[in-house]
Design a protein around this ligand. Structure first.
Ligand code: IMP
Ligand code: MG
Length: 172
């Protein structure tokens, strides 16, 4: 049986999100901010984050899939849902569930930059840094972890556990 080890409670998550939202609201005051959620994992985080912001924002989503069998890193990642909003003249904040090797977020930053926004920054729920391969700048982090496999609060393992309100480390 897989074991679920509690990592972050509902209270921990609420506290982290409220602090993050305060920081983002202050940094983007008076600007035109669009938050771009990376599907599917970031949907709950994004939903809670925007409701804690005190500034108006637009919201859009994109989606990627990765193919573990491919050899090169750029080959591995495929954009399966593009951004629909116009990004010209806007400040973009990409909202991810978790950054591991950094390959996905690096690919997404390049894609978003190609759509000519004013700026592109990154916000992640979890920065899991032990296996990092790309030196990407993460502007906002809710939680840092060396390693583990995290599920719950939107994050899945084979499409399971997304619905859990807390975050767990899954021990298979
Ligand atoms: P990266 O390209 O290696 O940074 O991987 C990022 C993506 O892998 C994330 O957006 C997640 O979808 C998935 N991922 C990596 N680690 C975990 C984890 O601990 N739990 C759930 N998904 C993960
Ligand atoms: Mg993801």
């Amino acid at each position: 049986m897989p074991e679920l080890v509690p990592v972050l409670s509902k209270e921990d998550i609420n506290r982290m999100i409220s602090a993050l939202a305060k920081e983002i609201s202050a940094d983007y005051e008076g600007r035109t901010l669009i938050l771009i959620g990376v599907l599917k994992g970031a949907f709950i985080f994004l939903a809670d984050l925007i409701r804690n912001l005190t500034i108006p924002v637009e919201v859009d989503f994109l989606r990627v899939s990765s193919y573990e069998s491919s050899t090169s890193s750029s080959e591995k990642i495929k954009l399966t849902k593009k951004i629909e909003n116009d990004l010209q003249g806007k400040d973009v904040l990409i909202v991810e569930d978790i950054i591991d090797t950094g390959l996905t977020i690096e690919y997404l930053i390049q894609y978003v930059k190609s759509l000519n926004p004013l700026s592109v920054d990154v916000c992640t729920l979890i920065d899991k840094y032990e296996r990092r391969r790309k030196d990407v700048k993460i502007n906002y982090t809710a939680h840092k972890a060396l390693k583990g496999f995290f599920v719950g609060y939107g994050l899945d393992y084979a499409e399971k556990y997304r619905h859990l309100p807390e975050i767990y480390d899954l021990k298979l």
